[in-house]
Design a protein around this ligand. Structure first.
Ligand SMILES: C[S@@+](CC[C@H](N)C(=O)[O-])C[C@H]1O[C@@H](n2cnc3c(N)ncnc32)[C@H](O)[C@@H]1O
Length: 267
């Protein structure tokens, strides 16, 4: 797939510095394993259910699904991250091509190809993407790619704490011996967009990039799910299954179920 100009910010932000920092220095194996187990339990996944990880990045959850024998496929726009992920799998599994390059706004899969789909860790709400109604388009694509009754697990940052952080503490710094991430946050209330400017430093080499994320309340996201043919069947505030709190939860996790009637063919 060729990169269009719409992919430029992704290329800049999701480059080698992000990959090295998040796959090595900020990689929390136990946390990712626990997240994977919560998803498996919540979506009732097993060795016969086909799962799609949308914007799977460098495959940090995919590896755990593989270890738990859940057939999981990954889609991401970034070819080098997919190549990185592929190298983590045994060759026999990698040969089955479970990873596909593409955009979430046009999923390269047949209708009803999956029993379940997930989108995790700031992978939804990017703006501008490659079409004006990117988020609704993405949800419609997810719905199309799911079987009737199939489930979608979407985790996004919880709006209220994020806006509070951006207003009260607009500069954040995470660092270790070999890396630093300096981030500047700005919340645009009129457009409901979170702007991020990041300076990555890896062993003295600095790169700058950023992104813009549309933030959603539970009600706004549920309305978008409905438009896409997904009914909300679960809401959580974290990966322990805690009830969602608008002011305090780290995440907003919505579970959507593909409505059966919407995509049924007329006979
Ligand atoms: C913050 S990362 C999260 C990756 C992964 N879900 C995780 O938990 O580590 C967001 C990912 O979204 C991907 N991405 C951005 N825009 C995309 C698009 N339009 N279609 C597919 N993937 C996209 C990026 O390449 C990146 O890997």
């Amino acid at each position: 797939m060729k990169n269009s100009s719409a992919n430029k910010w992704q290329d800049a932000y999701f480059g080698s510095a992000y990959l090295e920092i998040y796959s090595e220095h900020l990689y929390e194996k136990n946390k990712i394993a626990a997240e994977t187990d919560f998803i498996i339990k919540t979506l009732k996944l097993n060795k016969t259910t086909r799962l799609l990880d949308i914007a799977c990045g460098f495959g940090k959850h995919l590896l755990f699904f593989f270890k738990r024998a859940v057939p999981a496929f990954g889609l991401d726009i970034n070819r080098s991250y997919l190549q990185f992920a592929m190298r983590k799998f045994p060759a026999s599994h990698a040969k089955k091509s479970p990873l596909v390059q593409g955009t979430m706004t046009r999923l390269p899969f047949q209708d009803g190809a999956f029993d379940a789909a997930i989108s995790l860790f700031n992978s939804f709400g990017y703006y501008p993407l490659d079409c004006p109604d990117a988020d609704l388009t993405t949800l419609k694509e997810v719905s199309r790619a799911l079987k009737s009754g199939g489930r979608f697990f979407l985790e996004i940052p919880n709006k209220q704490p994020v806006v509070r952080m951006a207003c009260e503490n607009p500069q954040t710094l995470q660092c270790g011996l070999e890396f630093a991430i300096h981030e500047i946050w700005e919340y645009d209330k009129t457009q409901n967009l979170l702007h991020n400017k990041t300076t990555f430093n890896v062993r003295g080499k600095t790169t700058q990039a950023g992104y813009c994320l549309r933030l959603y309340t539970k009600g706004e996201l549920a309305a978008l799910f409905k438009k896409a043919g997904l009914s909300v069947v679960g809401v959580y505030g974290d990966y322990n299954g805690a009830p969602y709190s608008r002011s305090a939860s780290p995440y907003l996790i919505l579970i959507g179920k593909k409505e059966t009637s919407r995509w049924k063919k007329k006979t």
